[in-house]
Unconditional design. Structure first.
Length: 75
């Protein structure tokens, strides 16, 4: 592909405006340096109840899980 063709292609891309956005842009949430991502499987019924409890208490699932683990470990 020649440089002219490439520049024309870039110009076309810049000129075309999609009707709707393809991807939602959200701000990045800063991560505490003392945190580490951890994934696990959880029973669907337990997760549903956990989500309900988090909504009722206006808390995040993360905060409830961290508190529960700290209590379990007596920290």
């Amino acid at each position: 592909m020649s440089k002219t063709e490439f520049n024309n292609l870039i110009a076309q891309a810049r000129a075309s405006k999609p009707d709707k956005s393809i991807q939602k842009v959200v701000p990045e949430i800063p991560i505490d340096k003392n945190e580490k991502q951890f994934s696990f499987y959880i029973d669907k019924t337990v997760l549903r109840k956990l989500k309900t409890k988090a909504l009722e208490e206006d808390r995040s699932i993360k905060s409830i899980l961290n508190e529960s683990i700290r209590n379990y470990l007596n920290l």
